[in-house]
Design a protein around this ligand. Structure first.
Ligand code: 3PG
Length: 210
């Protein structure tokens, strides 16, 4: 298995899911989110600069816990580790991807959408799972339904969440964090409205149950 991510999480349990085009902008976005109270950041491998962006944040913002997400091919795992990622995330799971994740030895959240997929992930030793896409697959009600069936599994739902999801999701005993892209609207990033992004982070922190 791999080390758990939950013990590494700070008070802010909302994980911004980031799509970043260049390292300088990436650092500004990350600084705004950390200033707003969210220091666990998932940089997605959806742009050519994603690895460089994660590396930049990891190097210049030690307060942040930087992960790489959207890992869908086994060869991406060593690249993500070499870029300085501190945790890894996939939207799904295959046998080859599971093998690569176990080899990196980093905390890892494979994506699942059904009970069978969660059971398969657990057979590889993964017990912290990304529930994705969460809202299309039943949201909080689905997570509630899985709790008695998979008592040793904990979830990070993402996909279709907003600030309104934060109190409901984090109140569930089998949810340890949640993620989403709503914290970094593309227009705000493009227009370099860092104060707006900081405010979205603050609102997410304030929405967490105490
Ligand atoms: C992810 O990979 O977690 C999702 O792209 C985040 O979903 P969202 O964009 O609906 O928040």
């Amino acid at each position: 298995s791999v080390p758990a991510i939950e013990p590494l999480l700070p008070a802010g349990r909302v994980i911004p899911v980031l799509v970043l085009d260049d390292p300088e902008t990436a650092l500004s976005v990350a600084e705004a989110l950390v200033a707003g109270g969210l220091s666990v950041l998932e940089v997605t491998l959806r742009t050519p600069a994603a690895l460089a962006c994660a590396e930049k944040i990891a190097r210049h913002l030690p307060q942040a816990l930087v992960g790489l997400g959207t890992l869908t091919r086994p060869e991406q795992f060593a690249q993500a580790r070499d870029a300085g990622a501190q945790f890894l995330v996939s939207p799904g799971l295959t046998p080859a991807v599971a093998e690569a994740a176990l080899t990196t030895g980093l905390p890892y959240l494979p994506g699942i959408a059904t009970v069978s997929e969660a059971m398969a992930a657990r057979e590889y030793g993964f017990t912290e799972l990304k529930f994705f896409p969460a809202m299309l697959n039943g949201g909080a009600a689905a997570l509630k339904g899985m709790a008695p069936l998979l008592q040793d599994v904990r979830f990070c739902p993402t996909g279709g969440l907003t600030v309104a999801s934060v109190p409901e999701m984090l109140a569930l005993p089998n949810v340890f964090a949640l993620g989403g892209s709503w914290l970094t609207p593309a227009a705000a990033v493009r227009e370099r409205r860092w104060a707006d992004i900081e405010a979205l982070a603050r609102a997410a922190v304030a929405a967490q149950p105490v």
